[in-house]
Design a binder for this molecule. Structure first.
Ligand SMILES: Cc1ncc(COP(=O)(O)O)c(C=O)c1O
Length: 362
């Protein structure tokens, strides 16, 4: 079977004949067992989105209104919104100079008596140093939640991302390597975190007694979407190999283009998005120009900026996270899906090469 053939097992048509059934959970139950096995965690809890996964995991890990959660400025709004949904305050941490990884000195400097958690954000599927973050969280008695929404299948020193913290949160939205249209899941080694997450996602209509102070949500994953997720999970190795191939192909095509550098080449990396460093003046404009010419990318298409610069997350506290902002501005991260052919990738490479060669030096 190729990566583009989906085998819906059991067939979606059979499932649809059994629905509607508000008590149906078969597909979700099977999916959770399969996810736990495939992603090497004791428990998987399926939910309706990556955002829901993060919100649920933060609350299940003990984050409460008034708490502070440390989170990289190099992240997307969907990483940060769940902290606000939990009633907590995001405290933004800068990147290390010239790096996509958090600045560990800044991280330590931003702890206050209200700090209760750290959220690692594995943007573009990159790892950073999750071991170091886990040690930091343990030393300071903080919950560690991983935003692994783009990191399906990425490993650090052989260990899958999403399994380093108290909980790892994944998205199943279209465009992720593993997808079901919409959806998400939480991985956790901790039985209590899993049980609370299961209660929260369905207004406590689950076997465990609800802690009375926690209001539940409807964050259930719909059964037909769970069936699609199962079908895609069955071909996950192909999907992962395909994304790595696409990313490596683009990197390879662009090798040797001046003022452009491949920024990530890690063996355990899932290759979620080709990541290139633009050494040009006005790199954001170049990203926008590439988006306009049909090369979808994080900055030009989705307007990625450092999250401490987004007014919706409150007035800036302390100096801006300048390293994160500079890294984002100079990064061309190309957005891929499984439908991008070699021809598409080669066209992207051609457009990027043309644009960067003609881009003025001032
Ligand atoms: C890094 C990151 N975090 C969180 C999310 C939120 O996931 P979802 O769109 O499934 O809610 C996404 C997905 O777009 C993401 O890429």
């Amino acid at each position: 079977m190729t990566a583009n053939d989906v085998d819906l097992t059991p067939p979606l048509s059979v499932l649809l004949r059994r629905l509607p059934d508000p008590t149906a959970t078969d597909q979700v139950t099977y999916l959770e067992a399969e996810l736990a096995g495939r992603f090497e965690a004791a428990n998987a809890v399926a939910v309706s989105s990556g955002t829901a996964a993060l919100h649920t995991a933060l609350v299940a890990a003990g984050i409460r209104p008034g708490d502070e959660v440390l989170v990289p400025a190099l992240s997307v709004p969907m990483s940060v919104a769940p902290i606000v949904h939990a009633g907590a305050t995001p405290v933004f941490v800068d990147s290390a100079p010239g790096s996509y990884d958090v600045d560990h000195e800044d991280l330590a400097a931003k702890i206050t008596p209200r700090t209760r958690g750290v959220e690692a954000v594995h943007l573009w599927g990159r790892a950073g140093d999750p071991d170091r973050l886990a040690r930091f969280a343990a030393d300071h008695d903080l919950a560690l939640i991983e935003d692994a929404c783009q990191a399906h299948g990425s490993r650090h020193d052989g260990q899958l991302l999403g399994t380093f913290g108290d909980a790892g949160c994944f998205s199943l939205r279209d465009g992720k390597i593993l997808w079901s249209g919409e959806g998400g899941f939480i991985l956790t080694h901790d039985e209590t975190t899993a049980a609370i997450s299961r209660g929260l996602r369905t207004h406590w209509q689950s076997p465990i007694t609800p802690p009375p102070h926690l209001v539940g949500y409807n964050y259930r994953l719909a059964e037909p979407l769970a069936a699609i997720a199962r079908a895609n999970l069955a071909r996950f190795d192909d999907l992962l190999a395909q994304r790595r191939h696409q990313t490596q192909r683009l990197h390879h095509q662009l090798a040797g283009v001046t003022r452009l550098h491949v920024a990530e080449q890690h063996e355990g990396w899932n290759g979620h998005a080709p990541i290139l460093r633009l050494d040009v003046p006005r790199p954001r404009e170049l990203n926008q120009r590439l988006a306009a010419r049909g090369v979808p990318n994080s900055v030009g298409t989705y307007g990625l900026i450092a999250c401490d610069q987004r007014p919706v997350f409150g007035p800036p506290v302390g100096p801006p996270c300048r390293n994160a902002a500079a890294m984002i501005d100079h990064t061309l991260a190309v957005v891929l899906t499984e439908h991008n052919t070699d021809h598409d990738i080669d066209r992207y490479a051609q457009i990027i090469t043309e644009e960067i060669r003609s881009w003025p030096n001032t």
